[in-house]
Design a protein around this ligand. Structure first.
Ligand SMILES: *[C@@H]1O[C@H](CO)[C@@H](O)[C@H](O)[C@H]1NC(C)=O
Ligand SMILES: *[C@@H]1O[C@H](CO)[C@@H](O)[C@H](O)[C@H]1NC(C)=O
Ligand SMILES: *[C@@H]1O[C@H](CO)[C@@H](O)[C@H](O)[C@H]1NC(C)=O
Length: 369
């Protein structure tokens, strides 16, 4: 039997829903980082020299505030690695001078600690190496809250042009930004959502899911990183099955797929074996590549995967690569992720994906799955 109290609460709830005013803020234990699409010159995923394609260098970056002076350091969001790695003073970045806003100055922080333990990371096929030292310092958010004594790496030699903000899976919770935010009491669940919006602006939402930013229901995958996706359907309707797992990676500006899939796509679209296409066949055709991920199909415009070359504007290069440059690991990167809302829960080891809805509206809730 319903008590009177329950009934009145129910009535208030219904009234509140009816006129659209929330009864209370649904969720406020989250952190928003603005993301910006950024041109960078990366060694990270560039292939060995005999392969005839190059990295156009679009990634998504944000600024983190490091140390007692809250120095803003620009970093690339990378769901494919798990540590924060920033170049220190005097470091080289992709064999060149590091961008000024990407360099961290430990001497400006009174809370900096050098753990003096070397920390080298390999990226891509392992040939791009970042060398540095483990350190710890406070990491601040815009509202002044912080993760105290966060462990990260300050590099002396960086394979990438700016630092990498790895938010992927790890067992080492103290050096993982997502887990560290939870341990600092800033979020309830060690998870995040990525929204790559139009106009080169997006958000990394830590500790929440923005229900306004996707269509339909999130498809949920029980997985730490890689999933058993089913197939890719080409514009002509050819179904190319995945023969091995794939991972989602914001640090990859393309699709790194098994050579058998890449070859079929190139042939169907009239590409050369080196990945050059007539732009008329691949840009603005209204056609899609459809990814059958199992519980959900995601159709992505073909145009996402190609770009005009500067020297011959009628000729397009592609972001679809064979996975030899990622050590044989299939990776689905930005051309796909731009068209989905991507949720990752490091704690329960789940991934959520739904078609993106581009809107300024927000409806941020806590993780419910
Ligand atoms: C950390 O300590 C190592 C070993 O002493 C040193 O080589 C390195 O320059 C130090 N790094 C920073 C950022 O202080
Ligand atoms: C491509 O995908 C979009 C979005 O799902 C859909 O509206 C459109 O009809 C698809 N185009 C073709 C040719 O299937
Ligand atoms: C995805 O598309 C395939 C091929 O059209 C279809 O067989 C499958 O049922 C679809 N999956 C979902 C979840 O709609």
């Amino acid at each position: 039997m319903l008590s009177l109290l329950q009934i009145s609460v129910l009535v208030i709830l219904l009234a509140a829903i009816a006129n659209g005013t929330p009864i209370e803020k649904r969720h406020d234990k989250f952190i928003v980082h603005e993301l910006e699409r950024t041109e960078v010159n990366l060694q990270k995923r560039t292939p060995s020299e005999q392969q005839n394609f190059f990295d156009t260098g679009n990634r998504w970056s944000t600024k983190l505030k490091l140390g007692s002076s809250q120095e803003a350091v620009r970093v690339i969001l990378d769901t494919g690695s798990y540590r924060l790695n920033v170049p220190g003073l005097g470091a080289t970045c992709a064999k060149q001078t590091c961008a000024a806003d990407a360099v961290f100055h430990p001497d400006r922080s009174s809370t900096f600690k050098n753990l003096t333990e070397g920390s080298d990371s390999g990226y891509g096929d392992g040939s791009a190496i970042t060398k540095g030292y483990k350190v710890n310092d406070d990491l601040y958010f815009d509202d002044g809250r912080k993760i105290p004594d966060f462990e990260f790496d300050v590099s002396t030699v960086s394979a990438t042009e700016i630092g990498l903000f790895g938010v992927g899976d790890t067992d080492d919770e103290k050096s993982n930004y997502v887990f560290a935010s939870k341990h600092a009491g800033l979020i309830n669940r060690a998870g995040y959502s990525v929204y790559l919006g139009p106009n080169d602006q997006g958000t990394l939402l830590l500790g929440g899911v923005d229900k306004a930013k996707y269509e339909g229901e999130l498809a949920i995958f029980q997985s730490e990183q890689n999933i058993n996706a089913k197939s890719i359907t080409t514009p002509s309707g050819k179904v190319l099955p995945f023969t091995k797992v794939v991972g989602f990676d914001t640090g990859n500006n393309g699709l790194s797929l098994d050579k058998s899939i890449v070859d079929e796509v190139y042939i169907e679209l009239g590409g050369s074996p080196w990945g050059q296409f007539l732009c008329d066949r691949v840009l603005n055709t209204g056609r899609n590549l459809t990814f059958d991920l199992g519980p959900i199909n995601i159709s992505v415009p073909l145009s996402n995967f190609f770009y005009r070359t500067k020297v011959q504007p009628a000729v397009c290069n592609t972001f679809i690569f064979d996975d030899s440059n990622t050590g044989g690991l299939q990776g689905i990167g930005l051309p796909f992720l731009r068209d989905v809302y991507f949720v990752k829960d490091l704690e329960k080891k789940t991934i959520g994906i739904a078609p993106v809805k581009h809107t300024d509206d927000t409806d941020i809730v806590d993780f419910w799955f």
